[in-house]
Ligand binder design. Structure first.
Ligand code: ADP
Ligand code: MG
Length: 344
């Protein structure tokens, strides 16, 4: 039997902003050029919301205030410790959570989620903590950790753990809710190999041939980590299941392009249905946090259906909005900050 734990009913949403360094000479395919770029983003840890409200009308600068903000010198571990580490213990207790990186192409979404050997990203750090918590658990409960890694591209689901995956369908399962039929789910025993696995999966993401730097800019990658906890003593044979979805979203320039021209949601190469549907769900969740239960439109896209469990009920949701400090990225940055600001 699978039992829903705890009783808290509303989803909590945390919004953080992460600003990447202006340039990274070491990486070859950097879209932010080293020359001719000025920094146009300032992070100020001392500004309070009250202060922002008072000065808002007196300056041309746009100012925003978020739950957390991370500057160019910050590491993924900083973001992890401030925004994610506390929700991981919930996942091991059977709660659901969703973390996603939102931002334009080249702003650092994949860097934040996957990271590098020297600066492991949120996906890797989360898995490390999960295994740490399991190792330190004093109960006699049995744990099982499984992972799946999929991509949503043009409203079609592909398995990133399979070499050449065909398209996969969503099914409604009476016991497990919405499931991706045929998705590979692997048992994981440690966090060691996960970076390799993610890099391999990412190399399978659909790329766009027309734009040199737009690798995977249209696809959403979802890593889902499931922790099953089989209770040994009091509640014999009861299983608690906690799911953590970590999402590397498609480039947000797609959503803002369509928003700015006021186009309605419809199928088409330029319109990313999943990204718009997620935006609508996040807006609803933001309102829910302020005004109590509202209708959250999950059913409008593949991505939001896949993420439903981690965006509803007693789930914790964290949005990391990634931006570049470069003046050439100004419009993307403003769009991302506006979006993140609306989500709060
Ligand atoms: P996105 O996934 O949003 O399109 P990437 O994560 O691929 O962007 O980042 C684009 C480039 O910038 C990559 O070469 C990446 O290594 C580099 N980069 C992004 N964020 C950082 C960061 N915080 N520190 C160092 N390099 C970064
Ligand atoms: Mg990316």
């Amino acid at each position: 039997t699978i039992r829903a734990p705890a009783k808290k009913q509303t989803t909590t949403l945390t919004v953080a902003v992460k600003c990447r360094p202006l340039s990274q000479r070491a990486c070859g395919r950097d879209i932010v050029r080293v020359k001719n770029n000025k920094e146009v983003v300032v992070l100020d840890p001392d500004l309070s919301k009250d202060y922002l409200d008072r000065i808002q009308n007196r300056t041309k600068e746009k100012k925003y205030c978020f739950d957390h903000a991370f500057g160019p010198q910050s590491t993924n571990l900083d973001t992890y410790q401030k925004c994610i580490s506390t929700i991981i213990s919930g996942v091991v207790q059977g709660l659901n959570a969703t973390v996603f990186a939102y931002g334009s192409t080249g702003s650092g979404k994949t860097y934040t989620m996957v990271g590098t050997q020297h600066d492991p990203g949120l996906m890797v750090l989360s898995l490390h903590t999960i295994f740490d918590l399991i190792r330190r658990d004093k109960s006699s409960d049995e744990f099982e950790v499984t992972c799946s890694y999929l991509e949503v591209y043009n409203e079609v689901i592909y398995d990133l753990l399979e070499k050449s995956s065909g398209s996969l369908e969503l099914r409604e399962d009476p016991e497990h809710g919405i499931v991706v039929a045929g998705l590979r789910c692997i048992k994981v025993h440690s966090a060691d190999k996960i970076l390799e696995l993610l890099n391999l999966g990412n190399s399978r993401r659909k790329t766009e041939s027309t734009e040199a730097n737009a690798t995977s800019s249209r696809s959403h990658a979802v890593l889902e980590i499931t922790v099953r906890r089989k209770q040994r003593n009091k509640y014999k044979n009861q299983v608690m299941r906690g799911k953590l979805a970590l999402v590397d979203l498609a480039g947000s320039e797609r959503a803002s392009e369509t928003n700015s021209t006021g186009q309605k949601l419809r199928d088409g190469a330029n319109i990313n249905r999943s990204l718009l549907a997620l935006a609508n769900c996040i807006n609803a969740l933001g309102k829910q946090q302020k005004r109590g239960l509202v209708y959250v439109p999950y059913r409008n896209s593949k991505l939001t259906r896949i993420l439903k469990d981690g965006l509803s009920g007693n789930s914790q949701t964290v949005m990391v909005a990634t931006i570049s400090p470069a003046d050439s990225q100004y419009h993307h940055t403003v769009n991302t900050l506006k979006y993140a600001d609306r989500a709060k």
